[in-house]
Structure formats: structure tokens, C-alpha cells
Design a protein around this ligand. Structure first.
Ligand code: URA
Length: 213
């Protein structure tokens, strides 16, 4: 697995504002949206394209367009929804699948409670949106599902990651060369606390986006 920590002053600036406990929900949503677009720019660096010719007002130019099948974007509900607009702004022609994952707060194990994904992901580049890579349980289960359906590559975009979560995902897919996996994040924090929260982190991303419901 490859981990890419995006090193850019605007990314650091927005992440710092997201961490601030005084940042209210509307501002948190806007900042998360902007941050995802910046991360998505790096995450799509290797997206498959094919050459295409266009007529400019002056002459013929050779450029490129996204190859088919178009990439699939998968926000992990609920908090991943707060990243969807920021991603599709950059990849407007991508298709969107949905995955609802719930984490058992005792065992910290993740299971899928909703799944709206194509059965066949052969040849598909998949971009998973999940703001917090904490224990890694959610992403491991998500990636297993996508690999089983034949995804050709998986890139997860996370606002923040913990070293424990990165290690867990890395270990789970170390021997699987069938599908390259990349995690793109704005930062890797110190550790998880005893409740499985990223420390210093930014708190519960879902609650900060949408409130405690
Ligand atoms: N999920 C969150 O929303 N925040 C964390 O710190 C860990 C998991």
C-alpha cells in the first residue's frame, strides 16, 4: 500500500481550521469540501486517460480524456458524504456508489449495513471517501469488498489518518498485488486514544459535519 501525505500550505491551513473545536458545522462542511478537492487533485494524478484530438479555432490539438469505464467514487456513509461534492467537482463524469459502514464501539469491527455498488468492478478505478482512517477496520472491510468485485485500483481519500490504521490496512493487503491501493491524506497524527479516536485529530467527523444524531 502506498501512503501519500499531501504537503501543501493550503492543505495544512484548512486542516488546522477543521481541527479547531470552535469551528461550527457550516464552516466545517465548507472546509472539508475544499480540502477534499485539494486532496483529490493529488489522488487522481495517475487516473487513466486516453488521447483525443480536438479542433481548436486555429488547428487540431491532441489532448486527453478520461478512459472508460469512468472512475467510481464511493463515499463511506455517513461522514464520507461530506466529501462527495468536493470530489465530484473535480471528477464530474465519475459514477458514484454508496457504502454504509457501522463500527461496533466495543470490538471496533466494521460491517456493511448498506451497499449500492456495481456487482462487477473489473477494470474500474475506485476512489473511496472516508474522512478518518482510525483503526483501519472500516477501510479494510471496504477494500475487501471492492477487491472481491474486481476493482483494478483503489485510492482512499482521508482527511486524517492514524499510524495504527495505516499499519492495519498495509498489513491486510501486503500480499495482494492484484489491486494497487493508495491512501491520500492531509496528515498522519500521533496515535489513537483508548476510544479509537485519532489524537489530536478533529473529533468525530460525522458529528462535526452533521451534528450528533
Ligand atoms: N472517526 C472519527 O470521526 N474520528 C476519529 O477520530 C476516529 C474515527
Amino acid at each position: 500500500m502506498r501512503t501519500l501525505v499531501v504537503d501543501h500550505p493550503l492543505v495544512a491551513h484548512k486542516l488546522t481550521a477543521l481541527r479547531d473545536a470552535r469551528t461550527d458545522s457550516p464552516t466545517f462542511r465548507r472546509l472539508a469540501d475544499e480540502l477534499v478537492t485539494l486532496l483529490a487533485y493529488e489522488a487522481t494524478r495517475d487516473v487513466r486517460v486516453e488521447p483525443v484530438e480536438v479542433e481548436t479555432p486555429v488547428a487540431t490539438a491532441t489532448g486527453c480524456r478520461l478512459s472508460r469505464p469512468v472512475p467510481l467514487v464511493v463515499p463511506v456513509l455517513r461522514a464520507g458524504l461530506g466529501m462527495l461534492d468536493g470530489m465530484t467537482r473535480l471528477l464530474p463524469t465519475a459514477e458514484v456508489g454508496f457504502l454504509g459502514m457501522v463500527r461496533d464501539e466495543e470490538s471496533l469491527l466494521a460491517t456493511a449495513y448498506a451497499n449500492r455498488l456495481p456487482d462487477d468492478l473489473s477494470g474500474r478505478e475506485v476512489f473511496v471517501l472516508d474522512p478518518m482512517l482510525a483503526t483501519g477496520g472500516t477501510l479494510v472491510t471496504t477494500f475487501e469488498l471492492l477487491v472481491a468485485r474486481g476493482a483494478s485500483s483503489i485510492t482512499a481519500i482521508c482527511l486524517l489518518a492514524a499510524p495504527e490504521g495505516i499499519a492495519k490496512v498495509d498489513e491486510a493487503f501486503r500480499d495482494d498485488s492484484s489491486c494497487p491501493i493508495t491512501v491520500v491524506t492531509a496528515g498522519v497524527d500521533e496515535r489513537l486514544n483508548e476510544k479509537g479516536y485519532i489524537t489530536p485529530g478533529l473529533g468525530d467527523a460525522g458529528d462535526r459535519l452533521y451534528g450528533v444524531v
